[in-house]
Ligand binder design. Sequence first.
Ligand code: TEU
Ligand code: CA
Length: 550
Amino acid sequence: MERFHQKVVYQIYPKSFCDTNGDGIGDLNGVTEKLDYLKELGVDEIWLTPFFCSPQRDNGYDVADYESVDPMFGTMEDFDRLVTEADKRGMGIMLDMVFNHTSTAHRWFQKALQGDPEYMNYYIFRDAPAHTPPTNWVSKFGGSAWEYVPSLKKWYLHLFDVTQADLNWENPRVREELKNVIGFWKQKGVKGFRFDVVNLISKPEVWEDDTQGDGRRFYTDGPHIHEYLKELTRDTGIDEMITVGEMSSTSLDNCIRYSNPREKELSMCFSFHHLKVDYKDGQKWVLTEPDYAELKRLFRTWQEGMERGGGWNAVFWCNHDQPRIVSRFGDEGTYWKESAKMLATAIHLMRGTPYIFQGEELGMTNAGFQEIASYRDVESLNYYRILQEEGKTEEEALTILGARSRDNGRTPMQWNAGPHAGFTQGEPWISVTDNYETINAEAERRDPDSIFHYYQKLIALRKQLPVIAEGGIRFLETGMPDVMAYVREDGTDTLLVVCSFAGEERIVTSMGETWAEDPEAAEMILANYGDGGESSVLRPFETRVYRKMK
Ligand code: TEU
Ligand code: CA
């Protein structure tokens, strides 16, 4: 078994996790202070999003010095102490490497701006007339993906914010610099790495306008991506660690190659297709109801496809870029607890390594801010403007932001019912969601029926039953678009996982070998309603897990 198949990773956005010095910003000492909480939950690895020196234009994904701790998060000694304390509790620290781009405040880019040809070749500068970008590509944060530098009479590429300049991975000097960054953090005891939008690093040989889209088809899963990943892994020796690639708009075939151990590229991949079933025609900023039939189809394609190809999925719902899943695909009201537990079951028993984003284990919900002053995210602030330029009213724009903004996942962790949910003694950099008096860690640790304790059970189950980490997976036809069922099996154990995404009852008639009709043949080992209920009726958002020993 691969060392990470039984593990569960917890993602921390330090800025919103726990503030220990009263400046309203979460810090590394806040993470250290909460390690016992994470140990109680039962997670194995802790992924920290970037805390390196940064102008914070994209909350740290605009890195100005890769081998540093930004003073707002603390000191390098604070980091060393965090690694030591996590290690004492058997937990590893995973860092987030933003290698597709640096901040324009990085000294490399500053040297490039001064016209130093060596450092200009660290980035992607192109000649083109002052008012005509080299291509018509669109930044993921809106606007052109190119910025003109009059003093150089050249444009530079930025697939994200204008202050995030794309690195030129064709330049061996760049690749050596980034390998040294990996080496720096490895020797500090880091146990794993997440690579940010890593499948965008290989740019095309030919630069041309995209007449069919925003340009992503030219730079996504680019011509040398697999070579670069093999070289990075080989030359830094990270194949012994847990590595995960964030793959933007990628394909199943590429993710099999990225994560099949034979390829010696990465341990696993994040893909996002399942988190676009509520995008209208793939457009994030156009609201539509989730298409659960498509959600099931995607899970089946990726789960069964990655098993066939020997790849490995990172399975997740939430992160710092996504709205809170209980608000998005579950129910914030009557069935808040049941739907949060169902959503957790749906992915934790799949084939792959589960990731829990801070607060997801509490059922934290979207903030849904309805005034622009509450927003902090550069992408959201850009689209608040863009949507109104496209003719939306301010109210319509705020309704869309309330559902889609990345700030929904960045509100402070809700620790208790005290001021600012116990996140800070100061003024938080972003408002706390107003339901913290009922949704918080202290309340849920006291409630045996809480979402927190349900996540504990799921994490423990992955360690108790090898079939979860190692078994095969097969999806069943339930005959209903919003009821998902799959079987996990190995030589000795078989599980049946049934999840209803519906807000009302569903009658279960046929699901092949479900054993629901013959409860004696199988034992129900997990459920989100107190009692076993009627085997042929699924209550709103009901989930049940049956086990049959061969
Ligand atoms: O995210 C890349 C990414 O695909 C998302 O930002 C997505 O494109 C965006 O939310 C639009 O839906 C990674 C990081 O997770 C994100 O926080 C950074 O902003 C981005 O890369 C640039 O580094
Ligand atoms: Ca702080």
